[in-house]
Design a protein around this ligand. Sequence first.
Ligand code: GDP
Length: 301
Amino acid sequence: MFENLSDKLQRSFKNLRGQGTITEENISDALREIRLALLESDVNLNVVTELIEHIRARALGEQVATALSPSEQIVKIVHDELVNVLGKDTARFQKSSQPPSVILMAGLQGSGKTTTSGKLAQWLKKAGHRPMLVSVDVYRPAAREQLAIVATSINAQLYKGDTKGEPADSKLVERLAKEAKREAANYGCDILIVDTAGRNHIDDALMAEMAMLKKLLNPSEILFVADAMTGQDAVNSAKAFNDHLTITGAILTKMDGDARGGAALSIRHVTGAPIKFLGTGEKPDAFEPFHPDRIVSRIMG
Ligand code: GDP
């Protein structure tokens, strides 16, 4: 994760060693290299442009009443600005006043929604909650079956519901969702995680169904699940989902692959919603809360 970006940034800081003060001239090479390193890591162009401008302004503005050398100063400024882009605080989990709190999982097919629903349930269980899982993907019985297997493997409650003989449409989705929320309350589950249908692309039908679920369930969290390996596509779909639904956060999956990390550095800036968790493998416990400062420290080496 981020090794490439990390290496390139280190190299750009080296050029400033041995310089007495920061000037427009001697930081221009470093800024060019930082810009390239970010773009090559697939960070969104607007994010890069804004970051570089902030770094330049601060580097030239903060006239060094400090013992830091120019390269140390740039390292610190880049560190701070990256943390700013990611949001300073570790995201908190929202709950509704009346249990169960509903978490609506949104995202495209294959992004890792079902796997991540299970990971989240397990994480919440470890934190002392009683989550219940439900899949309302009535269009793909295999997806509902996959969630049932996940729930069994982590020993979590699942609302299966009876869908036999009924047409797979939004009416059925609505009924299942309603029943699941009631069932969660009956079982004393304080959180209901709703795994929704994913499609290969964003279309009106998908968004209409998500909007219906949002209205019906009044979720305290709408989490967009993004495949980090898809880079800018993940950022664009996060934006589209956010425009339609106003997401409350994002979860980046497959961070264990050779993702260049750009999506992680762009989603917050593009949607305004924080990244809340990272998926780092296929197993249920390959999952961690997202801490901006730790990630940035990892990038800065
Ligand atoms: P969905 O269609 O969005 O529900 O996606 P799935 O949960 O079925 O996941 C699609 C594929 O991605 C499966 O093979 C998962 O095992 C895999 N997957 C999900 N999350 C991760 C992750 O964090 N790391 C890796 N390596 N694979 C993941």
